[in-house]
Design a protein around this ligand. Structure first.
Ligand code: PMP
Length: 351
């Protein structure tokens, strides 16, 4: 540790991006494989003429479009440089000395990093044996110092989403002074009718916060646009914390253009979910423990062989995301990419 750096930063794990290797099949970052939505590239081109000016600080047009689409008030929306930044800002807005944040583990790797940076203690609740959130254990972990509970639905990297019954139980059992934060980065891929749209079902609750992103189904991972819906005071506090001009000119314009191509987004999501069904069924013939997934990725619970499997795939120019000692997350790609992954898995399991 070097003075004056904070000693607790030493303990922060580094965020590991999915690998990128030229010409490899990239199934490591939960992106959608079809390129930008129609109209997006043109919109970015048109926006280029304005890049000598700062972007709209209030992100007004995009927030208005989101408000209308989601049926929520404009002042309940905050935007940021990807939802990962916004999650960090929310935790900064609620971080007090001795405060805690409760979340499932394993879940999104940014949570422990964001919690530590915000000065909050992480209380990690192990997932159930079938890699789902353990709702009763989460409720039991909430204490007097809890500031927020993070629910990742669908859960990155394991795949399942929480049901309406589970979320109802969480909202009913957790005191209103604690924020219940539902991270719905992959909401568009949910097909199980038991898993609710958290904005629709809980958006009116004073302690509900829902995160969404343009990075996944909307195909804008490279431009970094995320948003959240919350009570006006919470959204306002987060807007204060967000770095000024966090969503740049190209990103604001591209997100608006993407919203204009919702039909094509839905068509692409349908392709992904149908490929998901096919790929997961085939993967389960080889690894029966693959859990349910409501997202654009699935989980291979390979335990101690996780890193070895990722290396085996990489040797075949297929990139996946290992979590050492636990499992491997595989993004659904194009049909031939999923076939390459399944071939690699077959060779690995049958060797
Ligand atoms: N939440 C979850 C659960 C994620 O998996 C991700 C991306 N990996 C994010 C949030 C952040 O996405 P972005 O910052 O690109 O909006």
């Amino acid at each position: 540790m070097t003075d004056p750096l904070r000693a607790d930063l030493d303990a922060i794990p580094r965020y590991v991006p999915g690998k990128a290797v030229p010409n490899a099949v990239k199934l490591s970052s939960n992106e959608v494989p079809y390129g930008p939505l129609p109209g997006v590239v043109e919109a970015i081109g048109a926006a280029a003429a304005d890049v000598h000016r700062y972007p709209d600080l209030g992100v007004v047009r995009l927030r208005e479009a989101l408000a209308e689409r989601l049926g929520v008030d404009f002042d309940r929306i905050a935007t940021g440089t990807g939802s990962v930044a916004l999650i960090g800002h929310l935790l900064q807005a609620i971080g007090v000395p001795g405060g805690e944040v409760v979340y499932s583990w394993r879940s999104f790797e940014a949570y422990p990093i964001a919690a530590t940076v915000a000065g909050l203690e992480s209380v990690q609740v192990p997932n159930t044996a079938d890699h789902r959130h353990d709702v009763e254990a989460i409720i039991a972990a909430v204490g007097p110092d809890t500031r927020a509970v993070l629910v990742c639905s669908p859960n990155n990297p394991t795949g399942p989403a929480v049901t309406a019954a589970e979320l109802d139980r969480l909202f009913d059992a957790i005191p209103e002074r604690v924020l219940v934060v539902v991270d719905e980065a992959y909401r568009e891929f949910v097909t199980d009718p038991a898993c609710p749209d958290a904005i629709e079902r809980y958006g009116h609750r004073p302690n509900a916060v829902v995160f969404r992103t343009f990075s996944k189904a909307w195909g804008l991972a490279g431009l970094r646009v995320g948003y959240m819906v919350a009570a006006p005071e919470v959204a306002d506090a987060v807007r204060k914390v967000v770095i000024p001009f966090a969503v740049n000119v190209a990103a604001q314009t591209a997100a608006l253009a993407a919203l204009g191509a919702e039909g094509e987004m839905r068509r692409r999501v349908a392709l992904v979910t149908s490929e998901r069904k096919r790929t997961v069924m085939a993967a389960r013939e080889l690894v029966p423990e693959v859990p349910d997934t409501q997202s654009n990725f699935f989980w291979l619970p390979l335990g101690e062989r996780a890193v070895e499997f990722a290396a085996h795939c990489e040797a075949r120019a297929v990139l996946v995301r290992p979590f050492a000692g636990d499992g491997v997350r595989v993004t659904i790609g194009l049909p031939e990419e999923n076939d390459a992954l399944l071939d690699a898995l077959r060779d690995f399991v049958e060797a």
